[in-house]
Design a protein around this ligand. Structure first.
Ligand SMILES: [Zn+2]
Length: 571
C-alpha cells in the first residue's frame, strides 16, 4: 500500500497494491479529499478536548467504570451523549447506541491443597495460588485429582507440536508452564528458533486463556499454570489483584462446558517445592518441555480445590456509534475504531482513595476514539465507507464485550475492513517514532508507515513482543474472527527534546506505580501533544482504509490469515 500526492497538492490519491479491490471500489487514483480538508478535520483533535474526555471518564463519579455499576450507567450515558452531539448514527441496527452483553459477575472464596504421597502441602490463597471457577456455578470442588505435568499445554499442528501425545487427562489436574515453548534455534542455541512459535515473540499458544481453553477441551478437572514473570508478562501481584476481585463471564448455558471446574495459577516457588517433594527435577522437566519429544509426566501427587462463588447476573453494554459512508455501495463496508470503556471500579477494602480511575487505561484510548469521531464528523465530504466507533465493556475481564461482539456482530465481519484498537495512549510528549504492537502482521502497518512519514515519524516493531500485547486487548477477539487489526498501545519511542531512555522510564513508572491502581488518575505533568499527533495519525490510517481501494490483509504466515480468506470467500 502506498500513498501519493498529486502535483497540485490538493488531492490525496490512494492506491491499493496488495489486495484485490472489492466490487464497487473506486478505481485507483480517484480524488477523495483535499489535503486542506483532511488537515482541517485533523485540527479538530486538540489536547484540551482529549483531556476533557479523560477528565470526564476518570472522574470519581464514574466510580472506576466497573461493568454493571452506577459507574457504567454514567459512562455509557457520557459516550452516547458524545456520539449524539457529534451527530453519529446509532451503531446498533436496532436504532440504539448500545449492544447488551449478558454477563455474570462472580466473587470467589477458594481453598487449594496438594498432597504428595500422603503428605499434605497446604497453599495459601491467594499468596501461593490464585484459584477461580469460571463455569458460572455457585460451587466447584476438585478432590484429590491426580496431577499431571503437561509441559506448555500446547497442541499446534502447524509446528508439529503436541504436549499431550494422546495421554488422557480427563478428571485430572494438569500443571502447565507459562508462555510458548522456548525452542532453541538449531543454528544458534543461544537464540530461539524463529520458525517455531515465532522465536522470542509470544504467540496465542503462550497466553493463559489458550492454556485454560485447552485444559477444558481435554476434559481436565483443573488447570494450573506455573507463574513466571518473564513468560507471563507480569508479576504474580498483578494476577492476584485482577483475579482476586469480582470476575466476569458471558452468561449462557454453554459456559460450564467451556471451562474446567478450576483455573489456577501457582507461584514458581510453590511449584518448585511441589516438584521437589515429588522427587522430580523441575528445571530438567522444564527443559524437556521445550522439545517436541516431551510427554506428560504424572507427578504422583493430587490436588484439591474448593471454590464458593457469589454470583450475580448483570447486563452490561458495548457502546457503538456509526458514521454512515457516502458511497451507496461502499457504505455497507466498515472501518472500526475500538477502545474499551471499562475499568476496575472501586475497591472498598482500600484505605483512603478507593476509585481505580483508569485515566490512562483506558480513559486515554476512549478519549482518542472520541477525538477521531470528532475529526471524521468534521471531514468535508465524508467517507465512502462507514466508520464504527466501538467501545466494548469488560475488556479487563478477558475482553468479554469484544468477544461478545465478535460472536454476535452488528455489522458483517467480512465487510469490516479493519479494527484499529487503542488501549493506553502516550500522554508524555511528542515522539519521533511510534510502535506498532504486532508490527508486520497486516498491511495496515504499511498504511501506518505511510501516514507516519507524513508527520516525519517512523514506525518501530514492538520491542517487547515476548509479552504478547497483541493478544491482550479487544482487537484480538476480532482478529480471531479474521478482521485485520492494528493495536496501538505503546507510548512510542525517541521522544523529542528528551533523553533517549525517557519513554521506557515513563512506561516503567506507569506500570509499577499506576497500572490497575487507584493512582491511574489525571496527572498534572501530562503532555498531550504526542497523543494528539498519534490520534491524527490513526485518523489518517482509518481514513485511508475508509476511502481506499484495497482491502487490508493479514500477511502470509500469520495466525488469522486463513480464517479471513475463508470468510471473504464465503461472502
Ligand atoms: Zn486497557
Amino acid at each position: 500500500m502506498r500513498t501519493a500526492r498529486s502535483l497540485c497538492l490538493f488531492v490525496i490519491l490512494l492506491f491499493g497494491s496488495t489486495a484485490s479491490a472489492p466490487a464497487g471500489a473506486p478505481p485507483p487514483g480517484t480524488p477523495v479529499q483535499s489535503l486542506a480538508q483532511v488537515a482541517d478535520a485533523a485540527r479538530a483533535i486538540t489536547p484540551s478536548m482529549m483531556l476533557g474526555h479523560v477528565r470526564a471518564l476518570a472522574a470519581d463519579d464514574k466510580q472506576g467504570r466497573a461493568p454493571g455499576t452506577a459507574g457504567e450507567e454514567r459512562t455509557v450515558a457520557y459516550l452516547v451523549g458524545e456520539f449524539k452531539r457529534l451527530g453519529l448514527a446509532p451503531g446498533n441496527p436496532d436504532g440504539t447506541f448500545v449492544q447488551h452483553v449478558p454477563l455474570i459477575g462472580f466473587t470467589g472464596q477458594a481453598t487449594a491443597a496438594f498432597e504428595i504421597k500422603g503428605a499434605p502441602m497446604p497453599l495459601a490463597v491467594p499468596d501461593d495460588a490464585v484459584v477461580v471457577s469460571r463455569q458460572g456455578l455457585p460451587d466447584a470442588s476438585v478432590a484429590k485429582s491426580p496431577m499431571v505435568f503437561a509441559g506448555y499445554g500446547v497442541v499446534a499442528p502447524e509446528f508439529d507440536w503436541d504436549d499431550f501425545k494422546g495421554v488422557d487427562v480427563r478428571g485430572k489436574t494438569i500443571v502447565m508452564l507459562a508462555g510458548d515453548p522456548p525452542v532453541p534455534d538449531p543454528a544458534n542455541p543461544a537464540a530461539l528458533d524463529q520458525q517455531v512459535f515465532k522465536g522470542a515473540a509470544l504467540t496465542y499458544y503462550g497466553r493463559w486463556t489458550y492454556k485454560y481453553e485447552m485444559a477444558a477441551k481435554k476434559g481436565a478437572a483443573a488447570a494450573i499454570i506455573i507463574h513466571e514473570t518473564g513468560p507471563a508478562g507480569y508479576a504474580f501481584d498483578v494476577v492476584k489483584a485482577s483475579w482476586g476481585r469480582e470476575n466476569f463471564g458471558v452468561a449462557g448455558p454453554d459456559e460450564a462446558s467451556r471451562h474446567a471446574a478450576v483455573d489456577a495459577w501457582v507461584t514458581l516457588d510453590r511449584a518448585k517445592a511441589l516438584f521437589s517433594a515429588c522427587g522430580l527435577d523441575f528445571d530438567a522437566l522444564k527443559a524437556r518441555a521445550a522439545t517436541r519429544g516431551f510427554k506428560p509426566v504424572p507427578l504422583g501427587a493430587t490436588a484439591s480445590f474448593t471454590v464458593k462463588n457469589a454470583i450475580r447476573s448483570l447486563s452490561s453494554r458495548n457502546v457503538i456509534g456509526r458514521l454512515e459512508g457516502r458511497d451507496p455501495v461502499l457504505k455497507h463496508e466498515y472501518v472500526m475504531y475500538s477502545a474499551h470503556w471499562d475499568g476496575f471500579g472501586t475497591n472498598r477494602a482500600l484505605q483512603g482513595d478507593q476509585v481505580l480511575n483508569g485515566a490512562l487505561d483506558n480513559g486515554s484510548g476512549v478519549a482518542t476514539m472520541l477525538a477521531m469521531a470528532e475529526a471524521f464528523t468534521r471531514l468535508e465530504g465524508g467517507t465512502k465507507r462507514s466508520v464504527l466507533f466501538f467501545s466494548p465493556t469488560a475488556e479487563e475481564s478477558t475482553m468479554l464485550g469484544a468477544k461478545y461482539y465478535a460472536e454476535h456482530p452488528l455489522w458483517p465481519l467480512e465487510k469490516t475492513l479493519a479494527d484499529i484498537n487503542m488501549d493506553i495512549m502516550n500522554f508524555w510528549g511528542r515522539t519521533k517514532a511510534i510502535v506498532s504492537i504486532g508490527y508486520g502482521m497486516t498491511t495496515l502497518d504499511d498504511l501506518l508507515v505511510a501516514e507516519a512519514a507524513k508527520q516525519g515519524r517512523i514506525v518501530l516493531p514492538d520491542p517487547e513482543a515476548e509479552k504478547g500485547y497483541f493478544y491482550r486487548s479487544d482487537h484480538f477477539e476480532l482478529a480471531k474472527q479474521g478482521v485485520p487489526a492494528l493495536h496501538f498501545l505503546h507510548p512510542g519511542a525517541d521522544y523529542r527534546d528528551r533523553p533517549p531512555d525517557y519513554g521506557q522510564r515513563m512506561r516503567d513508572r506507569y506500570t509499577a506505580e499506576d497500572y490497575h491502581k487507584v493512582t491511574d488518575d489525571v496527572k498534572t505533568d501530562w503532555d498531550l501533544s504526542g497523543a494528539v499527533e498519534d490520534a491524527q495519525l490513526l485518523f489518517g490510517v482509518g481514513l485511508a482504509v475508509s476511502q481506499g481501494s484495497a482491502y487490508p490483509e493479514w500477511k502470509p504466515g500469520t495466525e488469522f490469515r486463513a480464517i479471513r480468506a475463508a470468510r471473504l470467500k464465503a461472502k
